[in-house]
Ligand binder design. Structure first.
Ligand code: 0WD
Length: 255
């Protein structure tokens, strides 16, 4: 039998075919998972619908801007109505204003700081709360993080601080949801050229440094992140929770 046969997973954070969430969806789909997708607003609906209809027809598509408690509530309500339960949740969402990434970190505005925290870290907590009652047979929650949470990396700034909060949230959530059989983990991916990466200055030179210094001497392929998410979603990882797993060609170990 396939690894994900009979499992239902909600994927949040597909913006286009380059999105890490889409690579994760492909890995899960290839191993038999039934998928639903949320998209942020009408801006992205057409794009996500095209992708899903072409490659995973029949998957549910639900609007959900994570800055809105009402939209989170109604999205999970829809899942409850259609599926009755949920086995996996993939949270692949982050946002910071470009002016807060461009300016020195000490100049971060109060607004920009709060917005980055709200969308990139708090949204995981809000979605975990909504998913918990649906994960009746236990479940797996996965989020996406980056090394800038623990090291000062050029231009990552306010997003690094948001990722630190996200990773700490993973640990608190794992501790509290563990007794229900719900596991919570983060994947720390190496840099990948996506829409979100466009906001980070000098992304090309970041990719270059990885090619030169990572033990595997190449950048991270989104499919590798997808397959690690597949492992974390499946029962193969049943003993793992509260962890940050690096999928970065080993870059993070280098001094
Ligand atoms: O190098 C990279 N690309 C890495 C990304 C390395 C390590 C981690 N990550 C993380 C990101 O920080 C993010 O958490 O992976 C996650 C996914 O990012 P991605 O796949 O690189 O980027 P993208 O395809 O842009 O998906 C992120 C999406 C948004 O896209 P845009 O670019 O339109 O802001 O997050 C979604 C949106 O679809 N998003 C929201 N969804 C619901 N409500 C919201 C919101 N308010 N804001 C952003």
């Amino acid at each position: 039998a396939k690894l994900m046969e009979g499992k239902r997973v909600l994927i949040m954070g597909v913006a286009n075919k380059r999105s890490i969430a889409w690579a994760i969806a492909k890995s899960l789909h290839n191993h038999g998972a039934e998928l639903a997708f949320t998209y942020q607003g009408e801006r992205l609906e057409r794009k996500v619908r095209e992708l899903v209809d072409a490659e995973m027809p029949g998957s549910m598509l639900i609007e959900c801007d994570v800055t809105s408690d009402e939209q989170i509530q109604s999205a999970f309500h829809k899942i409850e109505e259609e599926w009755g339960s949920l086995d996996g949740l993939v949270h692949s969402i982050a946002f910071a204003k470009s002016e807060d990434l461009d300016a020195p970190f000490y100049q971060t505005s109060r607004d920009g700081y709060a917005l980055a925290q709200d969308i990139s870290a708090y949204s995981l907590v809000a979605c975990a709360k909504a998913a918990k009652p649906l994960m009746k047979n236990g479940g797996s929650i996965i989020t996406m993080t980056y090394l800038g949470s623990e090291r000062v990396l050029p231009n990552y700034n306010v997003m690094g601080v948001a990722k630190a909060a996200l990773e700490a949230s993973v640990r608190y959530l794992a501790s509290e949801l563990g007794p229900e059989g719900i596991r919570v983990n983060a994947i720390s991916a190496g840099p990948i050229r996506t829409l979100a990466a466009k906001g980070v200055k000098d992304f090309n030179s970041i990719l270059h440094v990885v090619e030169e210094r990572a033990p595997l001497r190449r950048t991270t392929d989104p499919a590798e992140v997808g397959d690690t998410a597949l492992f974390l979603c499946s029962d193969l990882s049943r003993g793992i929770t509260g962890e940050v797993i690096f999928v970065d060609g080993g870059f993070n170990i280098m001094g």
